[in-house]
Design a protein around this ligand. Structure first.
Ligand code: ATP
Ligand code: MG
Length: 489
């Protein structure tokens, strides 16, 4: 056997590396990670609305000398398995390059350390032309021509990134500047949440000279918020800190508070664990399928602090925007908070009461009595057919599905239903059912059973639960058919 060197073809690989799946805001957040890791106390994001717009990120961190900067710009500059300081938000040695070039074709980085400024750039067009991994180094004259470079010069140390030629965004819009401005607005929202703990602790981030206000999703300084006792779990000698909060009841929230927690509409979808890696929020608004997102637990949010030593265990991704927690951590997390959050008086006080006519039936619609003698109708997310469907969705699809159902509930046409019902004009189709319809329902259940088998679920108990659920439980003939044929159809 002989070993042969196989060097990646620069133009192709660098183009593919642009497609790791960054959005505009996750890309900018990845660059801010670097500034925070470099001990910056002030970070400026400057977007220039001109014909060829560019975006500058300037920090006052410790900066890099020429060798360090050249090395930092190399793809895979660091070993992902290397132990990092517990204040380092990086892991893969890729972010600065892959995040910037996911949005634009040219990245210029100038950095100041020990009074000297050095500067290099990755230019995709240059690489395509020359077919080699070539960085471009700037001399002092070229550095002086960079827009707003005097801002870096005035700092004792720091780093300046300029992103230019937003080809992808520009090909998707007629008006690049308007689109960039609207992306910038969602970026402000995103940064105010994912970095809220840093923003609270002395790191200032400005966008075009406007300071970003931290958005604390726990409203921890609001007197109505109930912090519950923190707990710890230890994995591989590392401590994970778990701190649950119960938000104040909605009518106690000011409009500013509501905005901080994601708005009234999204209160329900934003409940769940908030996973932080070194105080930087990575992922939020999910119970990891360990429990359901009930209307009733919508005020519960649990801060989970995971140190970067556990990166390998929980599978942080390059974009730092998703997590793949191993089942053992998830279960540990859940059992830590089950008692305190879901069974606590704090939550129960806010709970509505589900009304049921018959406990043996899984109704599709639930009538929930709220505290002020009003009712709301909710779709029962515990229905086995909904649960089975949710099993097939990834976490983003799950959030989207939840939003669809929430919107259906919100748009329930109660007034026209009331009027039609009062005139006796509602057709009750459920009582009349043909053989073909029974056959259709039967096949539906068989499909669900096949799927449950694929998911290694207990087929018998899924069948039992389906036959207790609407609409199936309404048809004796259907239930009989399964009694005769069993679940092996
Ligand atoms: N603003 C900055 N100030 C000082 N050093 C920086 C800055 N940005 C990047 N660096 C240096 O460049 C290196 C490479 O950055 P890059 O973002 O590409 O990878 P990373 O942060 O190590 O890991 P990740 O891919 O997870 O972000 C960093 O580890 C850091 O040493
Ligand atoms: Mg980084």
């Amino acid at each position: 056997m002989i070993a042969r060197e196989s060097i990646p073809f620069a133009p192709n690989l660098i183009e593919s590396m642009r497609s790791l799946g960054y959005s505009f805001e996750t890309a900018i957040a990845d660059l801010i990670d670097n500034s925070i890791s470099a001990n910056s106390s002030k970070i400026d994001i400057l977007l220039s609305p001109i014909d060829n717009p560019y975006l500058i990120i300037l920090d006052n961190g410790y900066g890099m000398n020429s060798n360090e900067l050249e090395e930092a710009l190399r793809y895979g500059a660091k070993n992902p398995l290397e132990k990092r300081k517990n204040t380092d938000l990086g892991r893969f040695g890729l972010g600065m390059k892959s995040a910037s070039l996911s949005q634009c074709r040219k990245l210029v980085v100038a950095s100041k350390k020990d009074g000297l400024i050095s500067c290099f750039s990755w230019d995709l067009d240059y690489i395509i032309q020359n077919k080699e991994w070539m960085l471009l180094e700037y001399d002092s004259e070229e550095i002086n021509k960079l827009p707003q470079i005097e801002l870096l010069k005035s700092l004792p140390s720091g780093t300046y990134l300029m992103l230019e030629n937003f080809d992808r965004i520009s090909s998707s819009t007629y008006d690049l500047n308007t689109t960039l401005n609207s992306y910038m607005n969602s970026t402000i929202d995103h940064l105010s949440l994912v970095f809220h703990r840093f923003l609270n602790e002395g790191v200032d981030i400005y966008v075009n000279n406007n300071k970003i206000i931290p958005r604390d999703p726990f409203l921890s300084t609001n007197r109505g918020t109930q912090p519950l006792p923190e707990q710890f779990i230890t994995i591989n000698n590392c401590r994970i800190r778990i701190k649950p909060y119960i938000l104040p009841y909605m009518n106690k929230l000011t409009s500013e508070d509501l905005q901080k927690v994601g708005g009234k509409e999204d209160l329900r979808t934003n409940q769940g664990f908030y996973i932080y890696r070194n105080k930087r929020l990575i992922f939020w608004g999910s119970w990891f399928r360990l429990t359901r997102k009930e209307e009733l637990s919508k005020l519960a949010r649990v801060m989970v602090d995971i140190p970067n030593d556990l990166d390998e265990v929980w599978g942080v991704d390059i974009k730092k925007s998703t997590v793949h927690l191993p089942d053992v951590i998830k279960k540990n997390l859940y059992s830590c908070i089950e008692e305190s959050v879901f069974k606590s008086k704090a939550v129960h006080e806010y709970r509505g009461r589900k009304e049921t006519n018959n406990n043996d039936i899984n109704y599709i619609w639930e009538r929930v009595e709220l505290r002020d003698n009003c009712y709301e109708y909710k779709i029962n997310r515990d229905l086995p057919q909904i649960q089975l469907f949710e099993e097939s969705l990834d976490s983003n699809q799950l959030k989207y599905f939840d939003k669809i159902i929430t919107n259906l509930e919100k748009m329930f046409p109660s007034t026209s239903l009331y009027l039609d019902a009062s005139k006796g004009k509602i057709m009750d189709e459920s009582s009349v059912v043909t053989d073909e319809e029974i056959e259709e329902l039967y096949n539906e259940i068989c499909d669900s059973l096949k799927y449950s088998e694929k998911m290694s679920l207990n087929k018998e108990s899924v069948l039992e639960s389906l036959l207790k659920s609407e609409p199936y439980c309404n048809y004796k003939e259907l239930i009989e058919k399964f009694k005769i044929g069993g679940s092996n159809e």
